[in-house]
Design a protein. Structure first.
Length: 280
């Protein structure tokens, strides 16, 4: 696996990628304690070779050519379980990578086994057991260990064969149109960080118009704060507590009536929660 850590090698890689019809992608990022994902590595495989782009070591890297590759409509990007990778690229480069072939999604449709993980699929198809040991390691630490690099390489090593097998099954079962409809939904992630859509991330049964307004207001407030101080939204306040506020039978909660005692009580609870976490 070739490590890419400077502009010269990145430019050379992108020149090579421009001639590819298909590239195979994966990322390693950190997001356990933050709202915004920290992209640490990008793994790219062609039919001949694997590359690891180090996103941490050199802060003067110019990613202009790479961004052109990621949005080039003539180059198919094959990813296993693409949703989080799409989000990470959207935040880091402000673009939706396209076109995409998601091998997890395609395998789920073709073989009626949804959400199968990459390591499990590799074991199922090729009888090879990959380690998950370094999945949760600190990918922002430098230098990367040999074991981490090997792990990162394996995450794209089998994608070409998986893609070929799954694509054959999808075509055999005439499910291309259905797959494309599902893949198109990934484009909707373009608005994933829009605070006005924050309420859609909270599971709720049918609400009255009034309570839906309250949900939108609280979810937007939480999302803005989480983004501002860069912590997971559920660290600000949990979905459960938001729904508790909304469903209080004797509450006269209103998005406009912020003098309401119950509303202020919950806001105070939220602030106390933050003080306990020593985040404000």
């Amino acid at each position: 696996m070739k490590i890419v850590q400077d502009n010269k090698s990145l430019k050379s890689l992108c020149k090579n990628l421009k001639n590819q019809k298909i590239i195979y992608l994966d990322t390693e990022f950190l997001r356990d304690r933050t709202y915004w994902p920290l992209l640490c590595t990008i793994q790219i495989r062609t039919q001949r070779r694997s590359y690891l782009i180090d996103m941490i070591s050199n802060q003067n890297m110019d990613f202009t050519d790479l961004k052109e590759i990621l949005k080039n409509k003539k180059i198919m990007k094959v990813i296993h379980s693409a949703r989080q990778d799409v989000e990470v690229f959207l935040y880091r480069f402000n673009l939706i990578i396209w076109p995409i072939f998601d091998t997890q999604l395609a395998y789920g449709l073709a073989c009626n086994e949804n959400n199968i993980g990459y390591t499990n699929l590799v074991e199922k198809l090729f009888k090879i057991k990959l380690t998950k040991k370094y999945q949760q390691s600190n990918w922002a630490n430098r230098p990367l260990s040999k074991s981490q690099i090997n792990y990162a390489e394996n995450d794209v090593k089998f994608l070409p064969k998986i893609h070929k097998i799954v694509l054959k099954e999808i075509r055999k079962k005439r499910m291309i149109k259905r797959l494309n409809l599902e893949l198109d939904k990934l484009r909707l992630l373009e608005s994933i960080f829009d605070v006005n859509n924050a309420h859609k991330k909270i599971k709720s049964k049918k609400l009255s118009v009034k309570k839906l307004k309250i949900l939108k207001s609280l979810a937007k407030w939480r999302e803005k704060l989480a983004q501002k101080i860069n912590i997971p939204r559920n660290w600000v306040v949990s979905d459960k507590l938001i729904m508790q506020v909304i469903r209080e039978k004797n509450s006269k909660l209103s998005t406009k009536d912020k003098k309401n005692r119950n509303f202020n009580s919950k806001i105070e609870d939220f602030n106390k929660f933050l003080e306990i976490k020593k985040l404000i």
